[in-house]
Design a protein around this ligand. Sequence first.
Ligand code: FAD
Length: 375
Amino acid sequence: MAKILILGGGFGGVVAAERLVQELGDKHQITLVSRSRHFVFYPGLVRLAFGKCGREDVSFDLRRTMQRWGVNFIEAEVTRVDPSEHKVTIAQRDVQGQLAYDYLILALGRRLATERVTGFYENAHHLLNVDKALSFGNAIAAFHGGRAIIGECPGARLPVPVYETAFALSRTLAERGERKRARITIVSPDPPGSQLGYVGITVALRKALDAHRIEFLPDFPISRITTGAVMSSKDQTLNFNLLMLVPPFLGPPVASHLGITNEESYINVDSTMRVTGLEGIYSVGDCVNFSGPKMGHMAVRQGEVAATNLTAEITGREPLTEYIHEMRVVIDEGGGDSIYAHKDLWVDEPASVRQSRFWSWAKRVHEKQCEVFDS
Ligand SMILES: Cc1cc2nc3c(=O)[nH]c(=O)nc-3n(C[C@H](O)[C@H](O)[C@H](O)COP(=O)(O)OP(=O)(O)OC[C@H]3O[C@@H](n4cnc5c(N)ncnc54)[C@H](O)[C@@H]3O)c2cc1C
């Protein structure tokens, strides 16, 4: 019986666990470790902040789901990975323990490197956890005019909630009869739409932003924030009354001393999702060193590929299934300007882009994903 250890209970880890159970049944021991027993459906957090759904719609109890699937669940912090000994150290409050493994999947997501922007922690709202999304919701309720700045810090690699927040804010203010009192500006460290900057997406986004009178300010690498102002490293300053930013991302600290990461601590993997240079270890999700934005559907596909290849290894076959790095993005504008774009990020071809109300509905259907896992 092989001991398979999955570190991280997000999209990548949970889907890998599900696929392993489907493929291996109960013949092997599968354990998932995560610092929280709650799975968070991040794409729902913009709607949560705007009061369009509740806390229960964007999270479910991992322990219960894992128990149902026959996967051991341990709620603990992973503090160390030791590939030479095949051991992982975990901590539950003050108590430390070690878990042995034969095969390992690293699915630890991103680290929020808020320390890279002075004043971020004290002065900026963000949407990177449920409580912060609710706290931003309170700030939206109290905002009746002035300047709203929404944006990404350098290294953020998550443009979708920035655009969705700007659209949702514009609609909310219009519903309250307050839209004319507010100026909404999106700031980006990059050229216009560059993270989604493939032919077609930029044009569709620009059209939707113009329709909502949302300004786009590119080339604004935020470096410092005070109580009412954001500053860029190029000496530009913008005053704000409401601020929501995606902070800089880095890879997980646990992996950064293992010699398997790039300079931003993202884990190097090949297209079968195996960690480069280590036997029996896979990595999936936001923590891997792939180009472009970090997205949940990528983590899901990577989790499936890793689990399929791991199953092959365990059952004595070659792990040959390959991941294709595609971006499938839905930017919910709330109506007819919602955008769907598909782009193979490893191929130099334009994105295919569609724009209609359908994509707004389609995105909400995805929220039901939580219920599927939870039922
Ligand atoms: C507001 C918002 C909106 C988004 N919208 C979209 C969208 O529309 N479409 C889309 O495709 N993607 C979207 N994303 C991105 C998507 O949510 C992420 O790409 C996805 O969550 C990545 O999955 P993951 O499993 O790699 O990481 P995560 O979901 O972050 O999971 C990582 C897990 O590891 C655990 N963990 C980390 N470190 C440790 C440790 N040391 N010890 C124990 N446990 C640990 C965490 O608790 C967590 O359970 C959005 C993200 C946000 C924040």
